[in-house]
Design a protein around this ligand. Structure first.
Ligand code: AMP
Length: 552
């Protein structure tokens, strides 16, 4: 396909604003792309490489301006081009505003003097841009400039417009991933779901377009995960324990690690590590490579979190791990400063078998069977107290919180669905007066364990719930010391306490309830801290509780 024909189509698409019309135009484009279909399917999104490929052209705006200036002629400097971009705000319009062509000299005909007079083809542009991406080392910027100049020098205005945009990854003609997906389905008469699925496993619009055309639905269905080729990470939404237990029979609860997402690929010999954006970060994390080589027993694709740890293995803030991910040079030095560990929580592929469609619990079992260490613990429970305990333990250990997952859910790459919930932190807390407590059991018999909390009313206090979670052993001892002095009466394990101490209490919801004097109950109340600065008279009153309940 001639690049001019591609540019014409791109201009038509850009001029169209209706989504369906855009899909139709892209469909036509695909039907006429011939041998260049794969490249066209990428170019139309402003991509040269597939989404799973970390290769970049590595051409900054200034190199692009310099190439345009050179193709525009003697009187134009890179600064002039930059000024025009500043005025119009758009590189494509600026590239189209110069009359190119006819500049002689090194690289005038595509960088090597070949084929200069012929019209540019999509294939040739693609080949040249790949050549550019591969240029490295001394003199590579000059070589890139030569090649780019050679291309611009042969462009008419529309070609220049879209070449410049592809080069700077700023296509912006209104073609998103969904458009390409729908156009592939429409052009080659295959179900959208089949295209979507093949895209999920391959992350290559070019490949999927070709397979849809040449092999149809069965070809798409035959696409599998490939070790070494990253997939998009499954994403989470914010949600509550209430959401999880209402929607599912039980929740799979895991620690939410405060690090950076990492996808581990291992073919039995080579290890690849990819970031959340599918960037290859293998070289930055040599200790994870070694860890995987030593601990993973079969070829596999795992999902997990890379966490920075101190000498004792305690998690460090997430900024620390980013320092490691971004590091390209002096990796050994960075490694001395920040050590990294893997917490794996999913298994997408093991020993030749794709597991995306297997339920989470099965994938987790598989993870346990193929990895010797570094596995995030997963507990399936429908007991809110147990979930709260897991959360307390996770927070105490310095982690971010917990994830709640549907135990039966499949792995959907790139989706931010309701199957994975990151538990929302409590939004508003209440300051409540402690009016009673209960002695603990067993190991905790000497400690007060459950605390009855109340709101202020016009003539005293009214209970709203019992707080038993979110409290560490150490805090329990302190609270027992603090409250013991105020015990008014004891009846077996239950004690009445003079209203003196104020707790800050988090919760998920306020519900009407006949159980407590206030007529309300807190759903999943948890201890946040003692409000040393508050007297019972400063605690929250019933009317605030009622207002918060009404606002939910
Ligand atoms: P957020 O970045 O706040 O949207 O939270 C989602 C991120 O939490 C994921 O992309 C992971 O990087 C991270 N994460 C930490 N622990 C887990 C876990 N157990 N399961 C899934 N994601 C996790």
């Amino acid at each position: 396909m001639e690049f001019a024909a591609f540019a014409d189509r791109a201009a038509e698409i850009e001029a169209e604003s209706a989504d369906l019309e855009i899909v139709d135009l892209v469909t036509d484009l695909f039907l006429t792309a011939g041998d260049d279909l794969a490249t066209v399917a990428r170019f139309v999104q402003g991509r040269v490489f597939p989404a799973h490929d970390s290769t970049t052209l590595d051409i900054g705006p200034s190199l692009c301006y310099a190439a345009i200036a050179r193709a525009a002629g003697r009187n134009v400097s890179a600064e002039d081009v930059e000024d025009r971009v500043a005025e119009t705000g758009e590189i494509g319009a600026v590239a189209a505003s110069y009359g190119f062509g006819g500049q002689q000299g090194l690289g005038a005909f595509g960088g090597d003097g070949e084929g200069g007079a012929d019209p540019l083809t999509v294939g040739e542009v693609d080949a040249r841009l790949r050549e550019l991406a591969a240029a490295a080392g001394e003199g590579s910027q000059d070589r890139k400039l030569d090649v780019l100049f050679g291309l611009f020098n042969r462009c008419d205005p529309d070609e220049a417009r879209y070449l410049a945009r592809i080069v700077l990854s700023e296509m912006r003609i209104g073609v998103g991933e969904g458009t390409v997906r729908d156009a592939v389905a429409g052009a080659f008469d295959v179900p959208v779901e089949a295209v979507e699925r093949a895209l999920q496993v391959t992350n290559d619009y070019g490949l999927v377009a070709e397979i849809a055309r040449d092999e149809g639905e069965s070809g798409l269905a035959a696409q599998h995960l490939e070790v070494g080729r990253p997939v998009q990470a499954m994403l989470a939404q914010a949600g509550s324990v209430t959401d999880a237990l209402e929607d599912w029979d039980a929740a799979a609860v895991e620690t939410k690690f405060d690090g950076a997402r990492v996808q581990v690929h291992y073919d039995g010999e080579t290890v690849w590590l990819f970031s959340r954006n599918m960037e290859d970060v293998t070289d930055a994390l040599p200790e994870l490579v070694t860890f995987v080589e030593e601990s993973l027993t079969v070829p596999a694709i795992l999902d997990g979190e890379a966490v920075a740890v101190d000498d004792d293995g305690n998690p460090q803030p997430f900024q620390e791990i980013l320092k490691r991910f971004r590091r390209k040079h002096d990796v050994a030095k960075a490694r001395e400063e920040v050590a990294v560990e893997l917490d794996a929580f999913d298994c997408l592929h093991a020993d030749g078998e794709d597991l995306l469609d297997a339920p989470l619990t099965e994938r987790h079992d598989r993870l346990v069977s193929v990895l010797d260490a570094g596995i995030a613990e997963l507990r399936v429970t429908d007991d809110p107290d147990e979930i709260a305990d897991i959360e307390t333990t996770a927070l105490e250990a310095g982690h971010e919180g917990i994830m709640l997952k549907d135990p039966d859910s499949t792995y959907s790459p790139g989706r931010r669905g309701r199957n994975w919930l990151k538990r929302k932190p409590d939004v508003e807390t209440l300051d409540l007066v402690v009016t009673g407590a209960e002695w603990g059991e067993g190991r905790r018999a000497e400690l007060l364990g459950t605390f009855e909390v109340s709101v202020r009313t016009d003539d005293g206090y009214a209970t709203v719930g019992n707080v038993a979670t979110g409290i560490t052993d150490e805090e329990l001892a302190d609270l027992t010391d603090l409250l013991d002095a105020h015990v008014r009466a004891e009846d077996g394990k239950t004690v009445d306490i003079d209203p003196t101490v104020v707790f800050e209490v988090g919760y998920e919801e306020i519900q009407p309830s006949p159980t407590y004097d206030s007529g309300w109950a807190l759903r999943f109340p948890r201890f946040v801290g003692v409000r040393d600065d508050k007297e019972p008279a400063d605690a929250d009153a019933l009317d605030r509780l009622e207002r918060l309940a009404a606002e939910q």
